[in-house]
Ligand binder design. Structure first.
Ligand code: 2P0
Length: 330
């Protein structure tokens, strides 16, 4: 299936004409605790494995979309973007999946709470917010699973940003991907806090899509990755069900390190970590050795996301200045 065919199958007979002036939507950033790394279908962003994330309540992307005749117009954080920027082109290719005819243009105004392209998952919240806004604009009333599938066609991890709390994105087995979508878990961990530690806000040199493809194609360690994810997901599920913060932190940290190890072994190497990332990782290990409940995870960039407990936030903020603390279940 092509992306256009998948979108058509999903939308069925739904109209491509607006039923209101504009659609507005918010979608949260999600942080993977057991990572998505590698696709079984590049066009449809179908993953090799399931993955598990936590949404950051209230932190993400706010998007407004409306229709006009002519080329798409995109603003990012209030600034108009030239049509030839990579960001605007990626949005326009996604809008191609839903537009009524080639001259049916969209105005998309999108605001991110986190730096774009710095490994803080802004493509996930971005495509999830845009998908929800398009659903509203056209009055589609898509089911949660269909919203997740449509968002996935924009960016894989967006499949998880359509729900709050813990979300499991099922890889599915179908070639058309209709069984590959994010589903929220009922369990909550109210005391969980996420500390965002920005080591560098620069755009990353290599995007996730090519980095994943290269890792899957060339890393001699990749063969072990799917089995590892399966066992890490079992451990993470058990930890969440038991409300066991430490067990969840341990498996999330180990899974992130295994993902980065697999990337570093790619040929040529895929290395997202900076010296400051390593220093921060070692600082976390020192604090944990002193008895502080803190773990880290790192995505396709140099920044750390720390996992801790509410009662520890003040002490952690003193030990590691510059943290932005988020209550994911707030
Ligand atoms: C994740 N990441 O599970 C993993 C871990 C980064 C590290 O999903 O090609 O932007 O659009 O499907 O979703 C980032 O990759 O890639 C990502 P595409 P995406 O969160």
């Amino acid at each position: 299936l092509t992306r256009a065919e998948a979108a058509r199958a999903l939308l069925g007979g739904r109209g491509r004409v607006p039923v209101r002036e504009a659609g507005h939507a918010f979608a949260p950033v999600n942080i993977a605790l057991v990572k998505y790394w590698g696709k079984r279908d590049d066009a449809l962003n179908l993953p090799v494995t399931d993955s598990l994330s936590i949404a950051l309540a209230g932190i993400g992307t706010r998007t407004t979309v409306s229709r006009h005749e002519g080329p798409d117009r995109v603003t990012l954080n209030g600034e108009p973007l030239a049509a030839d920027t990579a960001f605007a082109q990626r949005l326009s290719r996604y809008l191609d999946l839903v537009r009524a005819h080639p001259r049916a243009g969209y105005q998309v105004d999108t605001r991110n709470d986190v730096p774009t392209g710095a490994g803080l998952a802004s493509s996930a919240s971005g495509f999830a917010a845009l998908t929800r806004a398009l659903d509203q604009l056209h009055g589609w009333n898509l089911a949660p699973s269909a919203l997740s599938i449509l968002a996935r066609l924009g960016s894989g991890s967006a499949a998880r940003s359509v729900a709050d709390g813990f979300v499991r994105w099922r890889a599915g087995t179908r070639d058309d991907g209709m069984d590959s979508y994010g589903e929220p878990l009922a369990a909550r961990l109210e005391d969980l806090r996420i500390g965002l530690l920005t080591v560098s806000a620069d755009e990353k040199a290599l995007g996730s899509t090519p980095a994943m493809a290269r890792t899957r194609a060339t890393s001699p360690l990749y063969a072990a990755w799917p089995g590892l994810v399966e066992s890490d997901l079992r451990q993470a599920d058990a930890a969440i069900a038991a409300g066991d913060f430490h067990a969840l932190g341990r498996v999330a940290e180990a899974n992130a390190l295994a993902m980065h190890a697999t990337c570093i072994a790619a040929r040529p190497a895929v290395l997202f970590l900076l010296p400051a990332s390593l220093a921060a990782m070692q600082a976390v290990w020192r604090l944990r050795a002193e008895g502080m409940p803190v773990y880290f995870t790192i995505d396709a960039g140099p920044n750390l996301k720390l996992l801790t407990l509410a009662q520890n936030v003040a002490a952690l903020g003193t030990a590691i200045p510059g943290l932005r603390i988020v209550a994911p279940f707030a």
